[in-house]
Design a binder for this molecule. Structure first.
Ligand SMILES: NC(=O)c1ccc[n+]([C@@H]2O[C@H](COP(=O)([O-])OP(=O)(O)OC[C@H]3O[C@@H](n4cnc5c(N)ncnc54)[C@H](OP(=O)(O)O)[C@@H]3O)[C@@H](O)[C@H]2O)c1
Length: 348
């Protein structure tokens, strides 16, 4: 095995430096991956710039990764050495550098690995998140009907139902459109006009400009809307969704809005009567998620089939360069990306 190198964040809110790093041995249930592509996500920017999660420093951020299995920890049976895989990283659960993605070798959990066949590593980094399918289908999410490949008609009680996915050009929103369409739902979504073609290509049925005031009325014209998912969960998105649901503060319908950030990030607006919100928190190993995990994460499960068949699509990858470019990637996220995911190749 060649030597490891990692992009280290030297201290809270500090600078990045590429340094040699050890290649760690996988513990029980862990897998050592040679990383060929790693995504940078908004959480990486919030940790690097604002230090919102306590980390062990120097820290290694980044995820999900696409790569090749190098070694198996005790008890691992889901994958074999040499398998091509995608996986979320454990860095924001374990806080240790050996679990970060912006390095040549990292440790991931067997449980969350997806075998990807011949799919390109850069592309799987945009597809490998289990957050969208857990938001839409899990028992502590929106509890929508599971998707299948090939797609099947929805059962009678779900037929004709609609979901609003706010932020369809975000990494999470784009995947959510794809999953909801594969399950058979009608999808209403929003983005800037320059991303309308992306949303169309993902299958969205009704597409609106999130900054256009007329969008509020146009979406209300599509009522009833059965499921509400705000993938942005900041002031502009939450306030606009509340305007749709409750013009002048008077709710026209009952609704539950699933969110990806706590309501405090949207300035804690007062919720009109009959409108509730919940932030997504998900543990793939929790007993209540066992059926979900079996369906989506197991070998031959939905995520593996969806990635290999091309049924699951997301935003395109934007390959920014190698480990030296991690700092630039964090700056790009800070300015705000649009309809793409920033990807780093640790060997470039
Ligand atoms: N709770 C969890 O488990 C969890 C997991 C993953 C992510 N998250 C959080 O979820 C959020 C989204 O993550 P991400 O990676 O999907 O973000 P992202 O891809 O970086 O989001 C960028 C997109 O946001 C869109 N956007 C910005 N403001 C908008 C608005 N007011 N209305 C509609 N769209 C808007 C932009 O659309 P246009 O360019 O088209 O305008 C852009 O394409 C982040 O805050 C992240 O930290 C939470």
């Amino acid at each position: 095995m060649s030597e490891n190198k990692a992009a280290f964040l030297l201290e809270p809110k500090g600078r990045f430096e590429v340094r040699d790093a050890p290649i760690e041995l996988p513990g029980p249930g862990e897998v050592l991956i040679k990383v060929h592509a790693v995504g940078l996500q908004p959480a990486d920017e919030k940790v690097a710039k604002l230090s919102v999660i306590p980390m062990e420093y120097p820290a290694v951020l980044g995820g999900p990764v696409g790569g090749v299995v190098q070694a198996l920890g005790q008890g691992v049976t889901k994958v074999a050495v040499g398998d091509r895989i995608s996986c979320g990283t454990l860095v924001f659960k374990q806080h240790k550098p050996k679990y970060g993605g912006t390095q040549r070798y990292t440790l991931v959990s067997e449980h969350e690995i997806i075998e990807i066949g011949d799919t390109d590593f850069k592309t799987v980094v945009t597809l490998g998140s289990y957050t969208p399918p857990s938001c839409l289908f899990a028992s502590n999410g929106l509890k929508m009907h599971y998707p299948s490949i090939p797609a099947k008609p929805l059962p009678a009680e779900e037929q004709g139902k609609k979901i609003l996915i706010w932020g369809g050009s975000s990494a999470m929103g784009s995947l959510s459109i794809s999953y909801a369409k594969q399950a058979g739902y009608t999808v209403i979504s929003t983005s800037s006009p320059h991303n309308f073609d992306l949303l169309k290509s993902l299958g969205a049925d009704h597409i609106f400009d999130h900054s256009e005031p007329a969008t509020v009325e146009k979406i209300r014209d599509l009522f009833p809307i059965d499921y509400w998912f705000d993938t942005i969960s900041l002031k502009p998105s939450v306030n606009t969704i509340l305007k749709i649901l409750a013009p002048a503060g008077k709710p026209v319908t009952k609704a539950y809005i699933h969110m990806l950030l706590p309501l405090v990030m949207a300035g804690n607006p007062i919720l009109p009567e009959n409108i509730t919100v919940g932030m997504h928190r998900f543990n793939t190993l929790a007993p209540e998620n066992a059926d979900w995990a079996k369906y989506f994460l197991s070998r031959g499960g939905f995520m593996e089939k969806g990635i290999k068949s091309g049924a699951i699509k997301g935003v395109p990858p934007h390959l920014l360069g190698g480990l030296e470019n991690v700092s630039d990637g964090i700056e790009e996220l800070h300015k705000g990306v649009s309809g793409e995911k920033i990807v780093i190749d640790p060997w470039a």
